[in-house]
Each structure stands twice: as structure tokens, then as C-alpha cells.
Design a protein around this ligand. Sequence first.
Ligand code: NOJ
Length: 760
Amino acid sequence: MKIIKQILCYSLLLSTQLVHGQENQEMNAFIDGLLKKMTVEEKIGQLNLVTAGEAVTGSVVSTDVESKIKAGNIGGIFSMTSPVKIRKAQEIAISQSRLKIPIIFGMDVIHGYKTIFPIPLGLASTWDMGLIRKTARVAAIEATADGLNWTFSPMVDISRDPRWGRISEGSGEDTYLSSRIAKEMVLGYQADDLSKNNTLMACVKHFALYGAAEAGRDYHTTDMSLHRMYNEYLPPYKAAIDAGAMSIMTSFNDINGVPASSNHWLLTDLLRKDWKFNGLVVTDYTAVNELIDHGLGDLQKVSELSLKAGVDMDMVGEGFLTTLKKSLDEGKVTEAEITRACRYVLEAKYRLGLFEDPFRYCDEQRAKTEILTEEHLKLAREAAGKSFVLLKNDKNTLPLKKQGTVAVIGPLANTGSNMPGTWSVSADLVKTPSLVEGMKAALGKEVNIVSHLGSNLTDDPILQERSTMFGRTIPRDERPSDTIIEEALNISRDADVIVAALGESSEMSGESSSRTDLNIPQSQRRLLEALLKTGKPIVLVLFTGRPLTLTWENEHVPAILNVWFGGTETGKAVADVLFGTINPSGKLPATFPQNVGQIPLYYSHKNTGRPLAKDAWFQKFRSNYLDVSNEPLFPFGFGLSYTTFKYGPIEMPKTNMSKTENLKISVRIENIGQYDGEEVVQLYIQDLVGSQTRPVKELKGFQKIFIKKGESKEVDFMISEEDLKFYNQDLKFISEPGKFKVFVGTNSRDTEEAEFELLD
Ligand code: NOJ
């Protein structure tokens, strides 16, 4: 039986390969034929990606788009939406340009299209791979229903620096978790066939190491050892490519002295030769032009460098369009290099089915029926609820009883435009319910909700004004802050419980939104202090796009629910969790430090030659600080539940394994609390002895399980040699026999542990 199955599987694999091979042959023949007909200018035209500017996501906007389409000077357009507009632009290309080559239409569809899901850092907090894939699938359905066929997502940059505003757009600090998520996002967008009218081409970004910007300052230099790069920062990009992502975006930063967008080693040696990537390489917004400021030469020179490094498509800057012909005439680039880039653009269009039917994504009926559906909103509410992380819950402050009056106070209480979060550029902000509206809709008349804006976001009008990239303002109240606080207290007077909706506005994180102070702004701290003096139970509902420093809040506030930016259904989902319809299960994908001085702080650090003794706070001549312990405030993987999960000891039938065996690790987990709940069981490994230093812990597996109260479940993990491998100093991916520690627990700090050996 097994043999028959194997034969069947093998012949299925063979026939799929044959089909793909045949498709490739057909594609190659078609594109060869087309390339023969193209002039050099037309080939260069295909390398030009312009913005229609519906969402302004960079500092310059493209001009004369229509005449450029007619002249064959555009390969792709982004930030244009609706089947009507896209059909119109496509018609111009199809009927008025000489070769009638269709245009590709892109957009930043990052965490949902119209139905907005939690920001990526929030989605990562769900640790729910099936759910994450579904959110990407829904985003693809909605975006393609509105005419699009390309998204600039997933963003898979590892970041260990919450000062960097774009930490909100990725999956946090961990290589393994980010790689798993990268794969799910690609599969959600592209599904099994890119040419279907409801699948979207994914674009992995920002290649590479954009999240390791020095000092957390956006667009800043990255300088990193190859060893760290290969082991910690590159795997998520590779995972997305292995999952089939058909495009990749180069990053703004330089890497060890060479900007990514002109980095031949990165884009050709690593990406094309080692990783065998056969999709489209596009730059980030004006990244070619920015090579001038990086100090590499004038526009002609940098365009030449970028093309030769391996870039195929130039976003917005038009350096390729305006200089490559001249460089060709002067012998600085070859026609073969231009043709190579053009071929990748044409292949993307072919795979999307645009040559077969350039209007396959322009179905007005779909735009009416497949966007913001009830089913999509239901998923958004589920995803939001699962993304929230319960950081503190003293004396079971939560869940609240569904009765009485709740006062919802603070600058994030009544602002609908902030709920979707950064990079939800296609969200309809006017129609997005605020936290208070969402809570009221979820609770009906069961609970009386009173609310107040309560305070200014910050004392600093300039910071407030700067934090409005996509027009998501939080209006300022110019009255004295004591008057505003007094008003908030009056509203809270008759309430049974106070929900303080505080934190960051959605544009205090995201692109070009780095910060050096990660405390809740002073004006909000003062409000919180005043609210605490009432003696009423207080829940801090914390909005943020990054780990904040919450030492003071953690000392004083009984309950803290971190809700990131939860998307369209934030308000309802907050009500679900506060009132216990949903038991929180989110876990942090990034460490929350005690203070900014500890950054970068991450769980998978090295041991050093002078580690601190276990449980010690400070020891002279050891690796630590005088003024703060090495511990985070909340570790990676942390998140509470309304129930309590008790972990049994690690069970292993064997304590050694050969390189061809799998080692079974089991743990029994018991729900000893009062609620049914979901738990993310996390497995970490430490390589104890080796040829080079290795992290004290590395995530290598996790399972999200549901356990009813009073019940228990055994969770099994299988460790294989693959999990024990790393890139050594020669960049060989190897395992080294010897002792390992394995940890299983509810977060990266609180774990059961055991040892095993990998045999030679
Ligand atoms: C700049 C951002 O860095 C990138 O993530 C985005 O996709 C492009 N702009 C296009 O909007």
C-alpha cells in the first residue's frame, strides 16, 4: 500500500514538473518572440514603475503617466485602484502603445486591503499560521477585486530595535517565527496559481537587512557580519522565496558599505545564483536616485550600477528610463543586461496571465461583492482578538462583567482613523469605527459606555503633527491640560471601571517614524496618574506599533492589554477580550525592554565570556549594567491568558539522536484555571558546545493548542538534524555533534529544560 502511494506521489510530482516545464517553455517562446520585436527604448520602458499617487508613499510623485503609457515608457503602475480606473489605464496600453504590452498594477496591500487586519507585528502575535495565511488570502481577494495584481508584501525584515518605526510592519525579532510567517503570507497572496483572477503577486521586502538600521534611525546604515546575516537576518527572505514569492524589493540601506540597490553580491551572487530566485527584482521608492546621496555617482552612473547589480525595475525615480539608453550608447551597459531585466518584467506579466487577458483583474461586479464582506469582517475580528497580548492582569481585573458603566478615556478612544494602523493605505478611514463605536456595536445595551477624548496625544504639537503620514490626525485640544483631565475625571465618576485607551497614534510608528523615547507621552502619563487616583479598577488598553517602555505602567496599573493596531474590527475585538468572550492568547514577537538604554535587547543573544550568574542582578566584572538588570520587562513569547497553563516536565524516550533520526520531545500541559483557552507552546534549543558562539536560546518550534478548563494535553515536537544546523564561519550550513539543551515553555523565559546529545 505504502509503495503504491509512493509511486502515485512520484508520478504526480513528475507530471506537475512536466506541466511547469511545458508552461516555462511556452512562456519562454512567447517572451523570446516579443523581445525580438522590441526596440531598446521599449525594453527600457518596461523597467519603469510609476505611482499614480492615490496613496502618497514617498517624497516625489510620478508625472505624465498617460503619455508615458502611450509611448511604451511604463511597465507598471502602483497606487491606482478600482477596476474602472485600472481598465482605462490598461486600455491605453493595449490600444495605444506600439506593442500593446499590458501593465502590471501594484499597491501596498500590507495587512488587508479594505478589510484591515492587525498590523503585521500584531498578526505575528497570534502565532497562528493558518489564520495569517487566511488574512493574506482575503487581502488578495479584495485587492484583485479592485483591479490590482501585485502587492508590496510581505515585509520580513527582522528588527531588534523598537526605536525603528517600521518594526510595526514586520514579524518582530525572531528568525524562525518570521520565516514561518513569510511563507504563509506568500501562500495566502499567491495561492496555487498566480494567473487566477483572485491571486496577487507577492513582493518580499526589503532586501536586505533594512531592519538592522543603526540606532533604529530609518534608512540608516547596516553593517553586519556574514555569520549573523546568514543565521539570523536572511532566512525570512529565503523562506518567502522558497514559498514561491515572484518578486522582491531592494532596500534603501547600505550593507557593509554597498547600498542594497546596487549590491551585485546581494542581488546576483546570493539571490540569483545561490538562492535560484527567478522572479522580478524591483527597487524601493526612488532607491536608484538615492544612490547619488549614498555617494556613488550621478544619476547615469547609479542607474548603470543598479542594473548591473541585478535590479530589473526602477520604482518612481526614472533613472533607468532617462539614462540607460545613453549608457548603452557609451558602452557602459549592454543590451543583454537591459534585456535580462525586461525579461523578468515580462515574465511576471505572463505569470499573472496579463498577456492572455489584460483585463482579468478588472471585474466591476467583483469589486461590489467581494470587498468588506461579512465573512471578511468576521475574520478581521477574530484576527484582532487573537493579536492582543495581555501583559498584566492583577487580581483578575479582567475579564470585566457585562454590566454597569465603563468609561473609555484617552486620545485613542474616539479616533476611528487610527484603528487600522500604519500602511493600511487603502482603508476607508471615514468609515472605520473608533474604539468606542466598535465597543458599543459589540456590546449593544448590555454595558453602558461613556467616553471622552481625555487628553492630547502628546504635549508636543510638533510631534503630534509629524505623526500624520497618511492623514490620520488626532485633533489637538488647546485647553489647559488640567481642564481636560478634570473633564475626563467627571466622566469617569459614575463608572464602575475605567478603560484608558492610550499609547501611540498609528503614525508614530511605520515609515520615517523612528523614536528615541519609547515611554507613553507625558500628557497621557499625567492622565493615567489622575485616573489611578480615583481608586477605580483601571485597564490600560495600549495602542502601539512597537514595543514601548512600560516600567511605570507595569508598576501602577492593574491590567494592561496591548492591542497594537487591530484593524477594521478593533473596537469589537477589544470588547470581546475585555468582557471575556475571547480569552487572550497573543504572545509577543518582540522583546519589551525596561528602558531604551537596553536596546538592542532580544532573547536569542549570545552568552558572552562573562555571563551573569542565574538570577543575579549585578556582578562586578560581568556583562551587565550598573543601573538596570539585563532582563526585559516582558520577554519574547510572553502573553498571559485568563486561565493558567501548568507545564509538566520534558519527557524524552531517548536523550541522544543520530543525524538521521528524529528526537521526540513531549510535554503535558494542563489548564488549571477557570477558563478554556489557547496556549502557544514554544520550543527552544541551545547548542552547548561548538566551533563558534551560539545563542543562549533559539526558537525552533511552536504549537498553538486549545485546552478546555480542567483538561490537559500532551504536546509532541520532533527535533531533526536540520533544527540543529547553523552557518559556520565558512558559511556552510552544518550541525556539530555534541550536547544541546532543549527548553519548552509558555514564553522564552519561563521554560522547562532538558539535555540531549547529537551523535557523530
Ligand atoms: C517605500 C516603502 O519603503 C516600501 O515599503 C513601499 O512598498 C514603497 N514605498 C511603495 O509604496
